[in-house]
Design a binder for this molecule. Structure first.
Ligand SMILES: [Zn+2]
Length: 146
């Protein structure tokens, strides 16, 4: 009696330049589509199923969104963007007009909060689109690593 050893795959896949079919992915187009909350590949299907929850796959073209690894980058980028708008504005207003501090806080705090909340989803969509366009993580269908 012989013991049979099962292996995960029977066919050996050889990775050559020719075996890789290249699908053109434009980073800017993908980021723009992601920014609008659309699928980076077809631009039609919804990218998000909730405020910051990325859907599992595109409803139109079926692209799998689960390989994205946006993590903290969208929040970091939103802080950078909003900070570079609100802080120079606050400094300019203070130097030129110096209005009461309470009035300034009553404007800057809600403006910062609102613009951050409004930017989070589009920026996250752009990050996911960027990762897809650059075939990062699991977005590369030809990646031999699982
Ligand atoms: Zn799609």
């Amino acid at each position: 009696m012989t013991a049979q050893i099962d292996t995960a795959s029977t066919a050996t896949k050889v990775w050559t330049r020719e075996s890789v079919q290249v699908e053109k992915r434009d980073a800017w187009t993908a980021m723009k589509r992601g920014f609008r909350g659309r699928c980076p590949r077809c631009g039609e299907g919804k990218l998000f199923r909730a405020f910051l929850k990325v859907a599992n796959n595109c409803s139109e073209c079926g692209l799998d969104f689960t390989p994205h690894r946006a993590d903290d980058l969208p929040a970091y980028l939103v802080i950078v963007i909003v900070g570079h708008i609100v802080v120079p504005l606050a400094l300019m207003i203070e130097t030129n007009y110096s209005p009461p501090v309470a009035l300034q806080l009553a404007i800057y705090l809600p403006v910062t909060l609102l613009s951050s909340l409004l930017l989070l989803q589009p920026v996250k969509g752009a990050v996911v689109g960027f990762q897809w366009a650059l075939r990062m993580h699991g977005f590369d269908e030809n990646n031999p690593e699982p």
